[in-house]
Design a protein around this ligand. Structure first.
Ligand code: PLP
Length: 346
């Protein structure tokens, strides 16, 4: 790996971050806060929240078995995805490499930040080769993006190829694990200590059932986390989100039950789909959705919309011609989808 200083944009490396009132006060227990120009009334939302969300991180650290200093919390995973571009990629000079197809936000953030986005097509079974990804990189490649289980394909990437990528690349490898709770493979979090160039992304939006609160997690070396903390908005995660995040973390048993149900429903729904005449192929999934190749994705999508059921048409995505992506719902919702499709003449 190159040194973190070599990988970081020089202006970011030398940046003196904004210092908020709550950053500067870190001492004995205080009784009277007259430092941040807050209104003293309207409890409990009159005060600025903890800029580094330590209470939430403490609970995440226990569940994920990582040090608190290796955790960054953001406004969804989308925030750390944007921040890594701003931290490491010099606009119009540096580039990143990613598998294709994958989650659309990596390219959007690359485009916003004027960073070249190099796509390497997966094979027909939606696997990638480390060799091909590394061959697409050059001296200005700062990051490689992997997503496992991948969106929209649903499959796990090969852990062996991911390790080869992390070991063979001089820059930073971002592994997006938004769907890891549904996966049969273990998380890359356990590789964090071994690889200082690894960033793992997870989120409260999927298995944790909290898309509305916008809480995303990035896990990495304390040095990388310190860079992200330096450039984030001072109060990037609001108090209500921190409180609700804590409540959800205390509800871990319920989350595990939901995940078990959703995985069972995924299997049932995939089997039902396979038996439908309008479905040509159901791709294996380790997520809470699956991709199905159908006779005519546009027609099926429009038919379902007419029946009040919304799936995702992915026909315009690379390697996904005539594919629709189906999120696993409740047993009743899944039954309704299958019942409706049985009446569809593909
Ligand atoms: C849904 C999803 C996310 C989650 O984004 P949030 O901003 O945390 O809601 C991240 N990565 C992938 C691949 C996703 O599909």
């Amino acid at each position: 790996m190159k040194s973190l200083q070599e990988l970081t944009r020089p202006n970011i490396w030398s940046l003196k971050p904004y210092s908020s009132a709550r950053d500067e006060y870190k001492g004995a227990v205080a009784r009277v806060f007259l430092d941040a120009n807050e209104n003293p009334y309207n409890n409990p939302t009159n005060r600025y929240p903890d800029p580094l969300q330590w209470e939430v991180k403490k609970e995440i650290a226990k569940i994920k078995v990582v040090p608190e200093e290796s955790i960054f919390l953001g406004n969804g995973s989308d925030e750390p995805i944007d921040l890594v571009f701003r931290a490491f990629c010099e606009p119009a000079v540096d580039n990143v490499v990613a598998i294709d197809p994958t989650y659309g936000m990596y390219q959007v953030c690359a485009d916003i930040n004027n960073v070249e986005y190099r796509k390497v097509l997966l094979d027909e079974n939606y696997y990638f080769s480390a060799e091909a990804l590394l061959a697409a990189a050059d001296a200005n490649t700062k990051m490689i993006f992997l997503c496992s289980p991948n969106n929209p394909t649903g499959n796990n990437l090969s852990a062996g190829e991911m390790i080869k990528t992390v070991e063979g690349f001089e820059g930073i490898v971002v592994v997006d694990e938004a769907y890891i709770d549904f996966s049969s493979e273990p998380s890359f979090l356990r590789e964090l200590e071994k690889y200082p160039n690894l960033i793992v992304l997870q989120t409260f939006s999927k298995a944790w059932g909290s898309a509305a609160i916008r809480l995303g997690m990035a896990f990495a070396s304390p040095d990388i986390i310190a860079i992200l903390n330096k450039i984030k908005y001072p109060y990037n995660v609001n108090l209500l989100t921190q409180q609700e995040g804590l409540r959800v973390l205390g509800n871990y048993e319920q989350i595990r039950e939901w995940v078990k149900t959703l995985i069972a429903e995924r299997g049932r729904l995939e089997a039902l789909f396979t038996s439908l005449e309008c479905v040509e192929k159901v791709y294996p999934s380790d997520a809470n959705f699956f991709l199905a190749k159908v006779t005519d994705a546009v027609r099926m999508y429009n038919y379902l919309v007419g029946e009040g059921i919304i799936v995702r048409n992915r026909t315009n995505v690379a390697l996904c011609k005539d594919c629709i992506r189906v999120t696993v719902g409740t047993p009743a919702e899944n039954d309704e989808l299958v019942k409706t499709l049985k009446q569809y003449k593909g």
